[in-house]
Design a protein around this ligand. Structure first.
Ligand code: ADP
Ligand code: MG
Length: 251
């Protein structure tokens, strides 16, 4: 890895290793994400994709290696709360929206989550906040469902709402783990468009198994296996790599 990549990157992992009881879940993993980049991550089960997100977000400490955010912020020295505060948002596989609240209220709660605003009788959402929520509703295709309870959304719409809740926090980097699992085909293709739009204003890293979806994204792809990078490049380049075929696609 060339040292010059560090200052220009939003995320820089160099030689990151993590062991669980002697098993190397990440093995000298190096990966660099550019500002504004949308990167797709593929690879077999157990490749270390989720563990990579765990070390980026501070949930798991790496045994070795460097992790820098925004060129110079050493993430290995920060805890989970600090890393979230720095502007790294993470979407887990299962949606965790507040089912008994409306779509709008979910976004409003997310917007105020780390403010010192205490919603009292006198609390009023500012015009700026309203505009922000409207914008997010548009982005996540839920404008027409704003007054509906989150419980009544489809699975795909719940995933979009959760992405919206992360957007309300204004992350510079969004990590998304298997967003289209369980979505309809229409929701899956819409999610590709949605993530591409989101990546116009921030960096996004998305892990996914659905190769149709990865193809729709049409961005740089990294294939992980056994905790390190097996191949990286365009989807055509990566999917024709004999090692990728042997370890992943051909299975
Ligand atoms: P992926 O998301 O690519 O399917 P994971 O990152 O979840 O892979 O897992 C990589 C490997 O690390 C797997 O063998 C998994 O069992 C192991 N692993 C992940 N997290 C832990 C943990 N907290 N304790 C022990 N083993 C773990
Ligand atoms: Mg995983």
């Amino acid at each position: 890895m060339i040292p010059d990549e560090k200052p220009a990157s939003v995320l820089y992992l160099n030689n990151v290793s993590v062991s669980f009881d002697g098993f190397k879940a990440l093995n000298a993993l190096s990966i660099v994400i550019a500002p504004g980049e949308l990167r797709a991550i593929i690879g077999p089960n157990g490749a270390g994709k989720t563990t990579m997100m765990d070390v980026i977000t501070g949930k798991t400490r790496p045994d070795e290696g460097e992790i820098f955010f925004d060129g110079h912020v050493d993430l290995t020295k920060r805890d989970e709360a600090e890393i979230a505060q720095l502007g790294i948002g993470r979407k887990f596989q299962k949606p965790t929206v507040f089912e008994s609240h409306t779509v709008w209220d979910n976004l409003e709660l997310a917007l105020n989550r780390d403010r010192r605003v205490f919603p009292t009788l006198f609390y009023r959402l500012s015009g700026e906040d309203r505009a922000r929520i409207e914008e997010i509703l548009d982005t996540v295709r839920l404008g027409h469902r704003r007054n509906d309870l989150a419980a009544n959304l489809s699975h795909g719409q719940k995933q979009w709402l959760e992405i919206g809740m992360l957007l309300a926090q204004g992350p510079k980097l969004l990590l998304v783990d298997e967003p289209v699992a369980g979505m309809t085909d229409a929701e899956t293709s819409e999610t590709a468009i949605l993530l591409k739009e989101i990546a116009k204003t921030r960096s996004v890293m998305v892990v996914e198994h659905d190769m149709g979806f990865i193809r729709d994204l049409d961005v740089r792809v990294t294939c992980l296996a056994e905790g390190s990078v097996l191949a990286e490049g365009s989807i055509d380049f990566v999917s024709s790599d004999p090692q990728v075929i042997e370890n992943y696609l051909g299975r």
